[in-house]
Structures are given as structure tokens and as C-alpha cells.
Design a protein around this ligand. Structure first.
Ligand code: ADP
Ligand code: MG
Ligand code: ZN
Length: 486
């Protein structure tokens, strides 16, 4: 047990999936595929004399985030100018919300080992993104496509204390944002960017130590590695009687170290002042109430509901992780309320997930409707078809769509005719029904037909009947031969 407890707070930038940018009519384009500087105008290039206009959809998205995080949404918030020079910021300032943000004082319940833990949210505010610098050899190139794209910034209180908590928080937050449909949440594309603040304090203490802020975290893995490194670095420093310097660090993914970028800037370095070109953002309380009422059921509520249907916490979490999957499971359950939900869950997670297309469309990319899956599982549960037949049917339905009962009735199953497989089913049927075999050998030849049925049953209906018939007859003959005296 270490003498120090880590204290971690996160700042999260979320690219909002609006059609146009935060303050102009330029389209939001995928920076990876669009040609550079294709989606720019006077406003997002910061030309003199231009005026920003607030994007209503961005306000709606940010307010939805705030409400999902149980924040108090302010009836009036203000935009401010955050002044600094950088080549990717042509105006020389970023429009952000500072003193009076859109929303404050919320929380997110994060699932953990025991009870869910509430991580407090300090604030949620709106701002605009910067352009992107690309360094090629000697040259530095600039792409302003991202310049002015709407961002929501979410800031937590320093309530996180372990890497597990950080990971669980980040995953839960992303799940919530994706449920809301406000962002792709794609970290590789920079749609969700984390900065981690970390300090240490003597175990048991309630005071806060000096923190560092780590930037340049491009994946969950990078964030966790960087935090592990930084906690260790601070621990050694403090244990040796040194002091942590408050500064901004960059994570070097290749070397696996944090590097000092600059001394920690203070708010006054930015000369924040109210944005003179924008009016205060006034939100009607009835409009806010309407948004709150219209929020979708979020992952936490979904997990609880699934557990109440008898799913294990882990299955419930898997099915609730994406909204489309949760909806799919629920639709299947509605279609077959008599089938134990846990059976449906196992078929979705254990079988259907194995057939998801590689193109990341997820469950939306399979053709089998939830109602059809429910019907299929009901057929297996009712013993109309074997699990093996069910799996074979599933494979066809994933690609073709349609109804499992109709497909099965049309004999659409691939029939198995390999002698080895058929002999195995014959073995199993004959072993299982030894008394009937005895009856047959005693001269009751009509039992042969019944045994044939049992082999077909063992094969889940998938064996080719003519081959079963031929090999079963042979086998019974052989048994008779052996019994014949002399
Ligand atoms: P700034 O905007 O200058 O980075 P804030 O005070 O708004 O600073 O804090 C930003 C983040 O740092 C928040 O997530 C907060 O929880 C976290 N934080 C603040 N103090 C500490 C600390 N001593 N240790 C760890 N995290 C901290
Ligand atoms: Mg900060
Ligand atoms: Zn523009």
C-alpha cells in the first residue's frame, strides 16, 4: 500500500456532430477524407469584419449532455474570448465559455466493483475547435477544416483515484454521449479528447496536492499509460522529498513518458473577456424541461433494467454498451416475452456478435431482425430445432434476412451428408435408446422407423435423410449379424 493517494480530474473535449460549424455555415467534414481547407469561410478563418452566429443545434447537443450529466443548466450563459497566439488559431482568440458556462454541478454514476460511484461534473460549456497543423519534413502545413467546429467541454471534479475508475468513467461518459447521438466518440479521429490532471496526496488526507496536466492523449490506452507513468513519477519525487511542479505535460506515446511542455498557464494569461460580437445565450426553462423529458434512457438505466430481467451484470453491461444493441435486445424480448431473456442475451452476445460485419456498422449491419432472432431462439427453446440447426439458420438469416420458421420449412438448411458425422449421430441415438434397439433385434422391425426419427433428431434435422436411412439400415443389419447364433 502506497503512502500516497492519486487524485485525478479530467477535462474532456467532445466534437459535436452538427451539420455546420459553431459560428458559421461551413459544413463539418471528416478531416481524414476531405481535402484540406475545403470547408472554410471568412468567419472561421477569422477575417476582420466578420461576425459569428451561434449554432442552435450545438446548443441543443451541449444542453442534452449537461442534462444527461445531471447538471444545472444556466438560463443565461456567456461566451468569452480566450486570447492566445498559435498558427492554428487565425483569430488570435478562441470563443469559449468561461465565467458563466452553459451548465454546472452535475454527476455521472460510474459502474464499479460494488456500488456505482458518482463522479461530480464541475461544468459543461460550449466552444470552438482550432485548425490542425500537419508537419511534413521541413514544412508545417495548416488545415482550417476543423477550425470553428463545435465542441462541448466537460470538466470533472478531482474525484477519481484509480486507473480503473478513470477507465470506467471514460467508457461510461463515451457511452452516454453516443446514446445521446451528439458525437461519434471516436478517439482516433479526435472526436473525443481527454486531458488528465493528476496529483498525489498523503493517503487519508483530504487536501489537494500540486497537479500536473497531461495533454496529447489519443486513446484510452494512452491515457491510462500516461497516468500510470505520471503517478509513479510524482510518487518517486515526493518520496525523495522533492516537490511536484505545476505544469503542462505532453504524453510521448512512442517513448512512454510524459514530457514538460510549458509551465501551467493561469487564467489571467488568456485575458478572458466577454465576446462583444455575441449576445448572452438565453435558454427558456420550458425548452430545457422539454429537452430533459426527451432524453433517451441512458446506459445506466438500461443496465439496471436488463439485470432486473435476470441478466448477469456483465451481460447487461455488454448489451447496454451501445444504444442500437440495447434496442435490439429489447425488441427481441418484446417479440418473444415467453423466452427467458437470458437465453436471448446469450444468443445475441454468444452467436450474433460473431456475425457482425467488419465495417463497424455493428448490429445495424446484420439483416436478421430482432423479431426473427426471437423466433429462432423460441424454436430452439421449444425443441423444434436443435441448437446446431439454430446456429446454422442464424448464419443464413444474418446475410439474407427473412423468417427462421419459413427458412427451416423450405428446407433451406444446408444438409450434412458426411458419413462420419452421420455415424456419430447414429451412435448417439442407438446408445441413448438401447431398449428400442433390443426390441428391433428381437424382431420388432417397425422400431427401425422410430430409430431413424431419433437419429434425425440428434442431427437437429440437418442430416441428409437418404444417407441416414442407408447407414442406419446397414448398422442395424450389422448388429443383427453379430447376434445371429453360430
Ligand atoms: P484549468 O482549467 O486551469 O486546467 P481547473 O481548476 O478548472 O483548471 O481544473 C481542471 C481540472 O483539473 C479539473 O478536472 C479538476 O478536477 C482537476 N484538478 C484541479 N486540481 C487538481 C488537483 N490538485 N489534483 C488533480 N486534479 C485537479
Ligand atoms: Mg486545464
Ligand atoms: Zn466557416
Amino acid at each position: 500500500m502506497s503512502a500516497f493517494e492519486p487524485v485525478i480530474g479530467l477535462e474532456v473535449h467532445v466534437e459535436l456532430q452538427t451539420r455546420t460549424k459553431m459560428f458559421c455555415g461551413c459544413a463539418v467534414v471528416d478531416s481524414a477524407s476531405a481535402p484540406p481547407n475545403a470547408a472554410v469561410c471568412d468567419v472561421c478563418l477569422g477575417l476582420p469584419g466578420t461576425l459569428p452566429v451561434i449554432n442552435a443545434q450545438a446548443v441543443t447537443f451541449a444542453a442534452q449532455i449537461a442534462l444527461a450529466l445531471h447538471c444545472r443548466v444556466r438560463p443565461v450563459s456567456l461566451f468569452a474570448r480566450k486570447n492566445y497566439f498559435y498558427p492554428d488559431l487565425p483569430k488570435g482568440y478562441q470563443i469559449s465559455q468561461y465565467e458563466i458556462p452553459l451548465a454546472e454541478e452535475g454527476w455521472l454514476a460510474v459502474p464499479g466493483e460494488g456500488e456505482a460511484k458518482r463522479v461530480r461534473i464541475r461544468r459543461v460549456h460550449l466552444e470552438e475547435d482550432t485548425g490542425k497543423l500537419v508537419h511534413k519534413g521541413e514544412a508545417s502545413l495548416i488545415d482550417f477544416n476543423r477550425s470553428g467546429v463545435a465542441l462541448a467541454e466537460i470538466v470533472t471534479e478531482p474525484d477519481l483515484h484509480t486507473l480503473e475508475e478513470v477507465k470506467a468513467f471514460a467508457l461510461e461518459l463515451r457511452a452516454v454521449l453516443r446514446y445521446l447521438g451528439v458525437t461519434s466518440g471516436d478517439m482516433e479521429k479526435g472526436a473525443m479528447r481527454f486531458e488528465a490532471n493528476v496529483s498525489l496526496r498523503p493517503a487519508g488526507s483530504q487536501s489537494l496536492g500540486t497537479r500536473t496536466e497531461i495533454k496529447n492523449l489519443n486513446s484510452f490506452r494512452a491515457m491510462l499509460r500516461a497516468l500510470a507513468f505520471e503517478i509513479d513519477r510524482q510518487e518517486r519525487l515526493l518520496a525523495a522529498g522533492g516537490a511536484v511542479l505545476q505544469e503542462t505535460l505532453g504524453w510521448d506515446e512512442a517513448r512512454g513518458v510524459t514530457l514538460s511542455q510549458r509551465g501551467k498557464e493561469e487564467a489571467h494569461d488568456y485575458r478572458y473577456f466577454p465576446e462583444p460580437d455575441l449576445p448572452p445565450l438565453e435558454l427558456d426553462s420550458a425548452w430545457i424541461d422539454g429537452l430533459r423529458a426527451g432524453l433517451p434512457q441512458l446506459p445506466g438505466a438500461r443496465r439496471q433494467q436488463f439485470e432486473s430481467l435476470g441478466l448477469t451484470p456483465s451481460l447487461a453491461a455488454t448489451l447496454a454498451a451501445e444504444r442500437a444493441t440495447a434496442d435490439y435486445f429489447e425488441a427481441a424480448h418484446r417479440a418473444a416475452p415467453a423466452v427467458p431473456p437470458i437465453r436471448l442475451a446469450h444468443w445475441i452476445v454468444g452467436e450474433l456478435f460473431g456475425h457482425l460485419p467488419a465495417d463497424a456498422t455493428g448490429i445495424a449491419g446484420v439483416r436478421i431482425r430482432p423479431e426473427a432472432l426471437a423466433e429462432l431462439v423460441a424454436m430452439v427453446e421449444g425443441d423444434y430445432i436443435s441448437p446446431a440447426t439454430g446456429k446454422a439458420l442464424l448464419q443464413r438469416l444474418v446475410q439474407e434476412g427473412g423468417s427462421p420458421s419459413r427458412l427451416a420449412a423450405a428446407g433451406g438448411l444446408d444438409q450434412i451428408s458426411e458419413p462420419a458425422a452421420i455415424d456419430a449421430w447414429i451412435d448417439s441415438a442407438l446408445n441413448q435408446h438401447a431398449p428400442q434397439v433390443e426390441q428391433y433385434l428381437a424382431g420388432k422391425t417397425a422400431v427401425a422407423q422410430w430409430l431413424f426419427g431419433q437419429v434425425m433428431r440428434a442431427a437437429g434435422g440437418r442430416a441428409k435423410p437418404s444417407i441416414v436411412q442407408a447407414r442406419l439400415t446397414e448398422r442395424l443389419k450389422a448388429l443383427e449379424e453379430r447376434r445371429r447364433p453360430g
